[in-house]
Design a binder for this molecule. Structure first.
Ligand code: AOS
Ligand code: ZN
Ligand code: ZN
Ligand code: ZN
Length: 409
């Protein structure tokens, strides 16, 4: 196979972009600053309700999940944070924070779990039983204690709460329970900690979900205060939803808290980010870059939430990270001045072509340059670098099969 002369490719692209008026230095600085958290649960064995497939070398505890996450960061340079899930992850949290530091990563968002215990089968914050609601709030407060130990700034809430049949629950009463519990939790946070509220239209409940869409998350956050923000999981919309519009709206309202990146074809498929619809991902980044340039895209928690059953998990995560980096790079190249002119003159074709032009750009030489500057091991191809490193084989020997599942068990 002929080897690519990346330096020459970069020179060509740089000349073309500079010609077009792109501030390449600013683009590269932005790319070097990009950070996306990967989820601890995305490295462990996982499955569907039809079965869990154990992989050789799967991490056996949270420390080993962090080792794998550190690999994803080592090859991409953009994934220093690792979100954890309590109680899927158990640890001496101080020790874990130190261990993470020694691997060049850190503990990111804390994800409480108020959905898997039998007590929560009819709801947590939305339960009719005061003792169940109190238990859920107490668990969340324990998660805040963990945040304080590890220095985490985000608590990321996802609720399975909902009902399966008409009449089963009182929507308004449940909403009020949610408001009360959320307020109690919000009161336990320090001024520099953020409450992220995720929404989802269905599953595991199939008639109604208590926080079904971004508007409901937004309404709860508005009442709580400035440190409560909406979390957008790309898999949590009904077919056809315009996610980039939701992103722009929340950005403008100062309520976009973060993302759970993944990709979907049918429902909450949790497929590799960018694998099904890279254009949608790019259009989301278009809004984010516009927000950055307007100075309103601050403190957004970029996180991946996916867990494929059959791919090697770390390789899968690197694929997603590269897709996110690629989308961001392309969005940074959009000619925004020309786009504005086209918009203001109602030039539909012109505006759309500007968007399509950057999407069609091959940004690999640019990413090669950024990764070279960051001294990453295989700047042209992080995925190949990881796959050829021998790490997968080494861990298969060391850890064996059936170490542990990320999903509860
Ligand atoms: C569930 O559908 C949500 O996406 C959650 O954010 C996530 O998958 C899990 O609960 C991790 O906390
Ligand atoms: Zn999610
Ligand atoms: Zn989900
Ligand atoms: Zn998902």
């Amino acid at each position: 196979m002929a080897t690519t002369n990346w330096a020459a490719e970069y020179e060509l692209l740089a000349a073309r972009l500079t010609d077009r008026g792109v501030d390449l230095g600013a683009v590269e600085t932005a790319l070097k600053a990009q950070q996306v958290e990967t989820p601890s649960w995305g490295y462990a064995d996982s499955g569907t309700r039809f079965g869990v497939f154990r992989q050789p070398g799967a991490p056996r505890d949270v420390f080993e999940k962090f080792e794998d996450a550190a690999q994803a960061n080592q090859y991409t340079g953009i994934a220093a944070g690792v979100a954890v899930h309590i109680p899927w992850d158990t640890a001496d949290w101080g020790k874990l924070a130190q261990y993470a530091h020694s691997l060049g990563v850190s503990v990111g968002a804390i994800n409480p779990n108020v959905f898997q215990d039998y007590d929560y089968r009819f709801g947590s914050f939305g339960s009719e039983r005061a003792d169940v609601r109190a238990r859920a709030v107490a668990h969340m407060k324990e998660c805040v204690d963990v945040m304080n130990v590890v220095g985490s700034k985000n608590i990321s809430l996802w609720f399975a709460d909902g009902t399966n049949f008409p009449g089963q629950g009182d929507f308004r009463r449940r909403k009020q329970y949610f408001s009360e519990c959320l307020a109690e939790l919000y009161g336990a946070l320090a001024g520099d900690q953020t409450l992220l509220v995720e929404y989802k239209p269905f599953e595991p409940s199939f008639y109604h979900t208590d926080i079904a869409d971004w508007g409901m998350s937004y309404a709860f956050c508005q009442k709580l205060g400035p440190n409560a923000k909406v979390l957008v999981d790309l898999g949590h919309h009904l077919p056809g939803a315009n996610i980039e519009h939701i992103v722009a709206f929340l950005l403008d309202e100062g309520r976009l808290g973060g993302f759970h990146f993944n990709n979907r074809k049918y429902a909450d498929d949790d497929l590799t980010t960018g694998s099904i619809n890279p254009y949608e991902l790019y259009l989301i980044f278009n809004e984010l870059v516009a927000g950055e340039q307007a100075g309103i895209a601050n403190n957004i928690a970029y996180m991946i939430d996916e867990s494929h059953t059959l791919k090697n998990k770390t390789a899968e995560m690197i694929q997603s990270l590269v897709a996110l980096q690629t989308s961001y790079a392309k969005a940074l190249l959009i000619d925004r001045a020309a786009l504005r002119v086209a918009q203001e003159s109602d030039d539909l074709v012109g505006a759309e072509e500007i968007i399509k032009d950057s999407f069609a750009s091959d940004v690999r030489p640019l990413l090669w340059k950024v990764r070279s500057d960051l001294n990453l091991p295989n700047p042209a191809d992080p995925l190949r670098g990881f796959l050829e490193s021998g790490y997968i084989e080494e861990k298969a020997k060391e850890r064996g099969v059936g170490g542990g599942s990320g999903l509860g068990a």
